[in-house]
Design a protein around this ligand. Structure first.
Ligand code: GTP
Length: 372
């Protein structure tokens, strides 16, 4: 069985951290998101994965190479759409890359297609089994959410046929069951996507298949997060840490040099702690990070090689690689700090501030939304 992972988006909502790495390389409990996805596919019998890449394709290829967990990896790079106008985007969207990988996917059997920015604890074999029991061109994994308005929402019949598919409805939401970004597709799908053109599978293909009664759904339960926005990324990290600890997969660390660890926490190799700091809950600290004395970190992700000096506090934020925080720095909820940023002593970044890579921040309190 083959799977195609859509991996070429720009990840604009996670800028500035996504300016220097594709979203699929963002760490979850210190492992790239893509690594978790491929591991799960391998456990479900997938033997070949096609990575549909575009933005920062080389970076993904350099990290993942040709094989992982026994799965062979192929790279299919978006070709710029034909008849380009100066304003057209040089990417194929969520449908175009599937058509472009037609030869790699083949026409013999169904295949999985996955949004690469979904963290989910799903049983892919179960979705395939459901698909095989329907007369479907596409079967979508469906998940129930509280606020369906920012997803593709479906109306399902008793037989699990999707009667209507509405992408990001503004009003009259048909249900709270949404497209989970995980599909089983029959090779027929290629007929619905024009070659060499940008195409949104959600807006152009699924509504048409629903009309033709060829679109089905299969509800999945359990862990599912769309890692699109900063708060969702932090949530994905927290949920994965919790799942890992339930399975007994986490390394229990109770105290390090007088630093208190409040589970769930992931600590990378070579991390150094000072004294009387509090780390956790819901924190990942990447490798070679240096944490000073009396530091407090909760509900946050710290990428590798970053330095956090004494008396600093980080809550609900993400710090990129090689960031340097001075003494007594406060980073508030929703802040994203780009790679190689330096923040001087006694500075506060208030809620949702984004700092572009390599910037030096020395204002005492920063409330502006974006420091470029
Ligand atoms: P935002 O810019 O923040 O919306 O993020 P995104 O670019 O990742 O877009 P979105 O969340 O809609 O993408 C869903 C999935 O499709 C992600 O795994 C993307 O990497 C992938 N994707 C989106 N657009 C393209 C594209 O043009 N080409 C390829 N190959 N993948 C894409």
């Amino acid at each position: 069985m083959k799977a195609l992972i859509l991996a070429g988006g720009f990840g604009t909502r996670l800028r500035p951290l996504s300016c220097t790495r594709p979203k699929l390389l963002f760490p979850i409990a210190n492992r790239p998101l893509l690594d978790l996805i491929i591991e799960r596919l391998a456990k479900n019998g997938v033997e070949e994965v096609i990575l549909a890449v575009n933005f920062m394709a080389e970076r993904l290829e350099a990290v993942f190479g040709k094989t992982r967990y026994g799965v062979t990896l192929h790279y299919s790079r978006d070709k710029p759409p034909k008849r380009e106008t100066p304003n057209s985007q040089k990417s194929l969207g969520t449908g175009g890359p599937i058509r472009q990988a037609e030869k790699l996917l083949g026409k013999e059997e169904p295949f999985f297609v996955l949004n690469g920015d979904i963290l989910a604890d799903v049983d892919y074999s179960e979705i395939l089994e459901a698909h095989q029991s329907y007369d479907a061109t596409a079967t979508l994994a469906l998940h129930r959410v509280e606020d369906p308005s920012r997803f593709g929402v479906v109306k399902l019949t008793k037989e699990n046929r999707i009667e209507a598919f509405v992408e990001k409805p503004k009003k009259n939401t048909p249900s709270n069951q949404v497209n989970a970004g995980i599909y089983v597709l029959e090779p027929d799908i290629f007929q619905y996507i024009q070659a060499g053109k940008r195409c949104s599978i959600e807006r152009e293909v699924f509504p048409k298949l629903a009309e033709e009664r060829k679109l089905f759904g299969h509800e999945i339960k359990g862990l599912w997060v769309d890692v699109g926005k900063p708060a969702d990324y932090i949530k994905a990290n927290a949920l994965w840490l919790a799942a890992r600890s339930k399975d007994g997969r986490s390394t229990k660390i109770s105290a390090l040099r007088g630093t208190k660890i409040k589970e769930n926490v992931a600590i990378g190799s070579g991390v150094q702690f000072g004294e009387i700091s509090i780390i956790g809950p819901n924190v990942s600290v990447g490798k070679e990070v240096r944490v000073g004395n009396r530091v407090h970190i909760e509900n946050s992700v710290i990428f590798p090689h970053t330095t956090i000096s004494d008396y600093s506090t980080i809550k609900g934020a993400v710090l990129g690689e090689h960031v340097t925080l001075g003494r007594n720095v406060r980073i508030e909820e929703g802040c994203l700090v780009g790679d190689y940023v330096t923040i001087q002593d006694n500075t506060t970044l208030s809620q949702n501030v984004k700092v572009c890579p390599s910037k030096k921040v020395d204002e005492r309190t920063t409330t502006s939304q974006c420091i470029v």
